[in-house]
Design a protein around this ligand. Sequence first.
Ligand SMILES: [Zn+2]
Length: 291
Amino acid sequence: MSFPIIDGHMHLATDSMAKKWARSEQEESIIRKRREHFKIPGYELYPLQKTAELWKAEFDKYNISKGVFLTYEPHNEDLLSFVKDSQFIGFTSVDPTIEHAPAMVEEDIKAGLKGLKLYPVNRGFSVSDKRCYPVYETAQTLGIPITLHFGVSIGYFSDLRYGNPIDLHPVARDFPDITFILAHFGCGFLRESLFLSYQCQNIYFDTSSSNRWIEYLPYEITLREVFKKCLKVLGPDRLIFGTDSNFFPRGYRYNIVEEQKLILDSLQVKEKEQAKIFGENMARLLNVRLD
Ligand SMILES: [Zn+2]
């Protein structure tokens, strides 16, 4: 690759984080069955230091400059220590409907995190709920982007009623200075995501994961055609590359870099534009150096 890569969508998971997940036996068994159904590879969890060493080795091996690591909880101590290394960037997360959410976001940003991830589907809330507005006001003041997971989710406790990105329209309209990044091209709601991106110029998509939602559309479409359409509608300035790498031993999902690079080459997307998608756009949003 002739340009530096920032992976815009990854997850940090350590053994101490897992201890806080505290699930019941029944929940564990439901999750196990779903992992089998979706053929999700097994994983091992390690303490933070070892996890950081493993990611560092993967970044060296595949020549990845930086990665944005998402979390599910605010005040994630492991994530806050992890991002002391400038290769690793962290986004916080909150339930934005609760009263203290804006303060928690502000504290995490002051402690070194650089963005916010919201999970309307997994947490079961509507992003247009007025109770969330103080969080958006805080994000706008802090100048941080917000990544959102809409659409289908492997999480058992998800609620697809909150999965339609159209719900974000009044928010994106009312907060034009916040960049909203829809993970996985809207994860199934491609049409709605494209409509939303037409309505609001502050809507970006991330390209992360294997994008298996494509298999559940009522028509045939390939990832190449998804890219082609999104490049036409949003252009290369509003697409953010990501892999959704999360656990070991699988490690860094370099196959996704290769797949998406091949697609962009086959669509004759210029190197200069590919460099934006693979890193420059995220560097610009986060105001970080790309080297
Ligand atoms: Zn993810």
